[in-house]
Ligand binder design. Structure first.
Ligand code: ATP
Ligand code: MG
Length: 399
């Protein structure tokens, strides 16, 4: 075994010493078998949350009613979930109630895909009643049990199937794929928050463009916010090369590809319930990509967009034109480095100076004059030196 499992072994040992079972489960075991980078280690146990709390006093309640608590162990958080079965599903959503059980196998049975239904004990022994290892070897996304039943129980699993496709590039097992088409509509019943989590993982996966094509071909896209009319556009995204794009850049690419109007971008993002900060960042990028698609960079534009945004907009620009990322990025970085100032605070003149020089009361005029000076400095019409700025302003005033 290797990290991050090694550090968590004592945690399992202690739960076992108290008379319960405990295993590594889910994505960490799958990614371990795949040789992929392992994100967080999840643990499944026969102990109830209350029983875990008696063993570990340092816990955080995150979903005790669903059997999940976070145990802080050596400063690391571990999600510990009690074995459970999910027998009653309402409205094609996760069950409102779960039943705690003492059997690992039943717990594995309620999991979505066979590759996610493997447990590993502290000695590295695998418990794999649904042949998840074989699915991983064959690179197959396959539901535990009948796809049609599992998707009807919880329709989010359909989104999860496509996001795992995006991350892993596995094949979709045939009956699983067919069920996606038949039951796509059930996605209507799923909250946007849950869809968003899976969709953003899909957007950052290595095989995202093919995955977006699957969203389109299966009809799943129809039940995602603001995407109802964009099937063709989703398919066309495939023409793009694989490139590292951030999640924000991926949103911008979608917005561009869909041809969403400037005044509708915010609504589109709000409908997805993205956080305000992210929406603002994406909208900035949309604005500067639009700029770049019309004209080339000026020093003023580079300054106002800022380093990160101008570089991101340039990358997107080249991406949209299907060009390899090349010298333009380097020359843009150089141009940014050579800007006379990077931020307004570097100007050698303040609002106070202006009041003294012009003997005028403070007001909106100060902001206007500062902006004028700022642009003149960036465009190298004047040097960023107090005395020169004063002379320049007086000359401007006279003419
Ligand atoms: P990631 O590496 O992205 O975290 P993951 O497989 O760990 O992938 P999680 O969303 O963290 O995915 O879920 C942890 C585990 O819980 C899954 O591996 C799966 O066994 C189970 N699971 C999660 N969501 C569902 C669901 N909707 N239906 C059934 N099982 C699920
Ligand atoms: Mg996980």
């Amino acid at each position: 075994m290797k990290e991050p499992f090694l550090s968590a072994i004592p945690l399992l040992t202690r739960i076992e010493a108290a008379g319960y079972e405990a295993y590594f489960v889910g994505g960490a075991v799958r990614d371990f078998l795949l040789g992929r980078e392992i994100s967080d280690v999840d643990i499944a146990t026969s102990a109830t949350p209350q029983e875990i709390k008696e063993i570990y006093p340092k816990t955080i309640d995150v979903g005790v009613e669903h059997g999940t608590i976070i145990v802080l162990f050596n400063g690391m958080p571990y999600e510990v979930t009690t074995f459970r079965s999910e027998s009653e599903y309402e409205d094609f959503r996760r069950p409102s109630e779960v039943q705690f059980i003492r059997s690992l196998e039943e717990d594995l049975q309620r999991r979505d895909f066979t590759m996610n239904a493997i447990a590993m004990n502290k000695d590295g022994l695998l418990i794999d009643p649904f042949n998840g290892k074989q699915a991983i070897r064959e690179q197959m996304i396959q539901t535990v049990g009948k796809a049609e039943e599992r998707f009807q129980e919880d329709a989010l699993r359909m989104m999860r199937a496509v996001r795992f496709y995006s991350q892993l590039g596995f094949e979709m097992e045939q009956s699983t794929r067919e069920a996606l088409v038949v039951f796509a509509k059930l996605l209507e019943n799923i909250s946007i928050e849950r869809k968003l989590i899976e969709f953003e993982k899909l957007l950052t996966g290595r095989y995202r463009f093919k995955a977006l094509e699957i969203l389109s071909n299966t009809g799943l896209y129809r039940y995602l916010p603001g995407m109802t009319s964009y099937s063709d556009e989703l398919n066309h995204l495939l023409q793009f090369d694989f490139t590292d794009l951030t999640i924000e850049e991926m949103w911008v690419l979608l917005i561009h590809q869909f041809g969403i109007n400037d005044n509708e971008v915010k609504t589109f993002l709000k409908n997805w319930k993205l956080p305000v900060k992210k929406i603002n960042k994406i909208m900035q990028l949309v604005k500067w990509l639009d700029f770049r698609l019309k004209v080339d960079w000026t020093d003023e534009a580079i300054y106002h967009a800022g380093q990160q945004t101008s570089l991101a907009a340039e990358r997107l620009y080249m991406f949209v034109h299907n060009r390899k990322i090349n010298g333009n990025i380097t020359s843009l970085m150089k141009r940014y480095e050579l800007l006379p100032i990077k931020h307004r605070s570097e100007l050698q003149v303040t609002g106070n100076d202006l009041q003294v020089w012009f003997q005028k009361k403070p007001g909106p005029w100060i902001k206007d004059v500062i902006e004028k000076v700022e642009n003149a400095v960036i465009n190298r019409e004047i040097s960023n030196r107090k005395e020169l700025i004063r002379e320049w302003l007086i000359a401007c005033n006279q003419s």
